[in-house]
Write a protein that binds this ligand. Structure first.
Ligand code: 13P
Ligand code: SF4
Length: 341
């Protein structure tokens, strides 16, 4: 039962004290975030891990986030992921091997120098690939600065894996020559020419489900509401919204809203529910049905969190996420370039 689980988690944490830090991504369910020392967006959580002296960091999120935490923390800190099945499908849409295989074709099809940018939602070996090809990492909050950095060093940005974040960033910057690259297409097809940006064909299966009709329906139902959406949404959804931002920005929008206001939120349903619970402002899901949940995030079951914490209390490290040192060296270069933006 939930009561028994709470008692077991409390007992394990009593034994562990400051040796453990529990982090919960904004998309984790209530039964997880209530046990987290910090709740936040993917990048904030890595910073919390890096700022902490805790020897063990239990990262309730998906694999690429745990890898990023491993890259940003000391070698003495161990990152544990409650479920190794919690893998973001978008990160899997641009595997380093596949990008490597396509890279020569992309370079051949573009007229100038190409610089890769990978979104944080990617595996460490793709981050390493980007560093080794003169590129960097970005988050949804600094994608525009990353584009500027890349375009000051080359002629074309290759943006991976999220075509919607890439397109939304290019639109906001007024770049007009943006093309999609189909990694499955025949090698002879696709002349990318002198495009400012080439978009890899990846997307988030949760955010892609929102449509401009959902925004129109929400405006009919809540005419005075502010509509805020995540930049992984389709460009027409971002264009129809009032504000766009990372899960941290969405949370700030709700925190800053008046009590009487309604905020319509277009992102994973658990964050919408948390914000409605945590604030007096009326928080409504854009397309309020259960389909908007992330099944990768959902893999982190509260019973697994209990299992990890009880293991640690018994001196057993389960589900350790550790990036290979050679990959980590290059991936850290890509992250450092982002931090210097
Ligand atoms: P944030 O970095 O905004 O928390 O987003 C992570 C994510 O997986 C969005 O779908
Ligand atoms: Fe990946 Fe989308 Fe889930 Fe975020 S919400 S972890 S991008 S599938």
């Amino acid at each position: 039962s939930e009561t028994e689980r709470r008692q077991r988690i409390a007992a394990a944490r009593e034994v562990l004290g400051d040796d453990v830090l529990v982090l919960g991504h904004n998309y984790q369910r209530r039964e997880i975030v209530e046990h987290a020392d910090h709740v936040g967006d993917s990048y904030q959580l890595s910073e919390y891990a890096a700022d902490s002296d805790a020897e063990h960091v239990v990262f309730c999120g998906v694999t690429f986030m745990a890898e990023s935490a491993d890259l940003l923390t000391d070698d003495e800190q161990t990152i544990l992921l409650p479920s190794m099945e919690a893998s973001c499908p978008m990160a899997g849409m641009a595997e380093a091997l596949q990008v490597d295989a396509a890279w020569e074709r992309i370079e051949r099809a573009t007229e100038g120098d190409v610089v890769p940018i990978t979104y944080m939602n990617s595996y460490a070996d793709l981050k390493a690939f980007c560093a080794e090809h003169g590129g960097l990492v970005c988050t949804s909050s600094n994608a525009d600065a990353a584009f500027e950095w890349a375009l000051s060093r080359g002629d074309t940005v290759v943006f991976l894996p999220d075509k919607h974040l890439g397109r939304n960033t290019a639109n906001a910057m007024g770049l007009d020559s943006v093309v999609e690259f189909d990694p499955w297409a025949d090698a002879s097809s696709g002349d990318l020419g002198d495009a400012d940006a080439v978009l890899w064909d990846g997307y988030c299966q949760v955010h892609e489900r929102f449509t401009a009709d959902h925004v129109a329906d929400a405006r009919d139902a809540h005419p005075d509401a502010t509509v805020v959406v995540h930049p992984e949404c389709r460009p027409e959804v971002v264009a129809a919204a009032d504000e766009t931002g990372s899960t941290a920005t969405i949370s700030e929008t709700v925190a800053d809203a008046d009590r009487e206001e309604t905020v319509v939120v277009g992102t994973e349903i658990h964050l919408v529910e948390h914000l409605d619970r945590w604030h007096e402002t009326d928080v409504v899901a854009l397309c309020g049905d259960a389909c908007m949940d992330c099944n990768a995030m959902r893999q982190v079951d509260p019973n697994y969190l209990t299992w990890i914490l009880e293991g640690l209390a018994d001196g057993v490290d389960r589900n350790v996420v550790s990036v290979d040192p050679d990959v980590a060296r290059s991936a850290e270069v890509a992250l450092d370039r982002m931090l210097e933006l």
